[in-house]
Design a protein. Structure first.
Length: 291
């Protein structure tokens, strides 16, 4: 398969592959082969249910020219909001710590209201009506979240917001800055699971965060906005504060790198310049990964 030439040197920060307890389109190795064919620089492996640092490390041993990294999502599967879990992942070499995704209160509330094809195969979580939140009863960050932020700041790695609500994200960003965290990634801000209004997206960008512009939001699974609207949001926020990602890997969708290629093509068609594309898929990912 041929991929868009602008993918050369790119890094995909948000996609899913197998091994996983959820149905996935490709194995890690199949994903990596696509990365190589597209002449990309690398990829970040993400799993809702497991630490991906060890998988990424093994891949780099075989493919040392690629930037393949992992991290951990702080879901119930992995111990939740556990500083010890985060410390261990950082010691292994995690590049990103993701806040809760499918265990997040925001996610559980959304899925409770709307069952989508994307989640039909995923087993309901225990206490799904509650889920995890980073806030205490006084709407302040929990002590363990402060501990986690301290660890991330000391390691100088990226903090990603997962499926937290926009209100939680706003509080998290301000605290992250107090903890000297410089690399903040707002995940799929346009996706219906945990949407962030455009005015808040622009405010987060002003505070130095990078926003994921996620192709899954334009997919048949969600249809949260069109390619035209996606491009307009990038123009309003500015490419310097955005990254293009897919969040693909589900077994019913096309493979992640094919999706990223389509995404780039559609954004170019909607007036995003080649230079802006390179900023969003080459420069900003490298900045977030510290490479």
């Amino acid at each position: 398969m041929s991929y868009h030439p602008l993918l050369e040197g790119a890094i995909e920060l948000h996609c899913h592959s197998y091994p996983s307890i959820f149905p996935r389109k490709q194995t890690d190795w199949e994903l990596i082969e696509d990365v190589k064919v597209a002449k990309m620089a690398g990829v970040v492996l993400k799993a809702h249910e497991a630490n991906t640092v060890d998988r990424a490390t093994l891949i780099r041993l075989k493919e040392p020219e690629l930037h393949v990294y992992g991290g951990i999502v702080l879901n119930e599967f992995t111990g939740g909001l556990s500083p010890k879990t985060v410390d261990a992942a950082i010691r292994q070499g995690a590049k990103i710590i993701w806040m809760p995704t499918i265990s997040a209160n925001q996610h559980c509330c959304h899925i409770g209201k709307k069952k989508t094809r994307f989640f039909n195969s995923e087993r309901p979580l225990e206490n799904a009506e509650v889920g995890l939140t980073i806030l205490d009863d006084n709407n302040q960050l929990k002590p363990e979240v402060h501990e986690i932020l301290t660890l991330i700041g000391e390691a100088d790695i990226a903090l990603a917001t997962g499926h937290l609500s926009a209100e939680e994200v706003a509080i998290l960003i301000d605290s992250a800055k107090e903890h000297k965290i410089e690399k903040i990634l707002i995940q799929h801000a346009d996706l219906g699971i945990a949407p962030v209004p455009l005015d808040m997206q622009k405010e987060f960008a002003r505070k130095g965060a990078i926003l994921e512009k996620c192709y899954l939001a334009c997919s048949e699974d969600f249809q949260d906005l069109t390619a035209v609207q996606m491009a307009e949001s990038i123009k309003e926020i500015g490419a310097d504060s955005c990254v293009l990602v897919t969040d693909y890997g589900q077994d019913h969708n096309i493979p992640p790198i094919a999706a990223l290629s389509k995404f780039v093509h559609e954004m170019v068609e909607e007036g995003i310049s080649n230079e802006e594309i390179q900023t969003m898929i080459v420069q900003n990912p490298r900045k977030l990964l510290g490479i």
